[in-house]
Design a protein around this ligand. Structure first.
Ligand SMILES: [Fe+2]
Ligand SMILES: [Fe+2]
Length: 271
């Protein structure tokens, strides 16, 4: 079994459960050392996200808003939105492993581990969607995460943007959603959503940390200072850190952000 050829087939697979099965088969072989790295291959540039035939893609402003979380409809919108982030994150992690060749083996171990986590996250949320009488693809989605991966074709930019910006933003956003959910009247479904989001929040720290390790590696390889991070983010997300948001200092520190970076993000001394 060949590494890049197989990853390409998994990335191209459009049916979520086929993709997941293909990955699990590949991952088991990889863990046993039964996958060989090709010396040369040409990574494809994907024009469309793999969920194109499962989900209806609309501009971000047209994605249904998360309202009234005590009603089933509101819960479906929330769970679907996060399930979509997780599903997109599967392809993002796989693409990270697929796109950059001749990296240390640990790099591929890391991003396949992340893909495996994202699959688990997606499946937990998909189960909740089914309990709510819905399914993945039932709500319109945007393709912002896919576009981010399309635009970042160097290791340095990819590691800065995907794990170290987009996934790190999740560390800030999830506690706010959890806070909202905790304030609602207790129900079995709300408890289940809280439980799943708490697991995801805890595990995402490790993904950002892996991104931090490989971002530092890319900086050293390119001979640039890690301060280039803010330049890259500003290039793709001009509004990125302009205003102080609810920066999750503790989680971001654990994930490798330095105190001076956190100060830049929070616009005040934080550690
Ligand atoms: Fe995740
Ligand atoms: Fe993640």
């Amino acid at each position: 079994m060949q590494f890049f050829t197989h990853l390409e087939a998994i990335l191209k697979e459009k049916i979520p459960h086929c993709k997941i099965q293909m990955f699990q088969y590949f991952y088991t072989k990889y863990k046993k050392g039964n996958v060989l790295f090709e010396d040369t291959y040409n990574a494809l540039l994907f024009e469309n996200p793999s969920y194109i035939s499962t989900c209806t893609v609309v501009p971000p402003q047209d994605v249904p808003k998360r309202s009234n979380l005590t009603a089933k409809e509101g819960q479906i919108v929330l769970v679907h939105a996060i399930a979509h982030i997780e599903y997109s994150a599967i392809d993002l992690a796989l693409d990270g492993a697929y796109r950059f060749s001749h990296m240390p083996k640990k790099y591929y171990d890391d991003w396949l581990d992340v893909a495996n986590d994202e699959i688990r996250h997606f499946l937990m949320l998909e189960e909740l969607l089914h309990e709510l009488g819905s399914s993945y693809g039932a709500v319109n989605v945007h393709n912002a995460l896919f576009e981010a991966s399309q635009r970042t074709q160097t290791l340095l930019e990819r590691m800065a943007v995907v794990p170290r910006y987009l996934e790190a933003n999740g560390l800030d956003a999830t506690p706010l959603i959890l806070k909202k959910l905790h304030k609602l009247p207790k129900s079995e479904m709300i408890e289940k959503i809280i439980n799943v989001l708490s697991i995801i929040l805890e595990e995402e720290v490790e993904h950002v940390k892996k991104g931090d390790v490989w971002f530092t590696y890319a900086c050293e390889k390119e001979g640039v200072s890690s301060e280039i991070y803010f330049e890259i983010i500003k290039k793709y997300y001009p509004q990125g850190f302009l205003r102080a948001k609810n920066i999750n200092i503790e989680a971001r520190k654990e994930a490798g952000f330095s105190c001076s970076e956190l100060k830049h993000m929070a616009h005040k001394e934080v550690c």
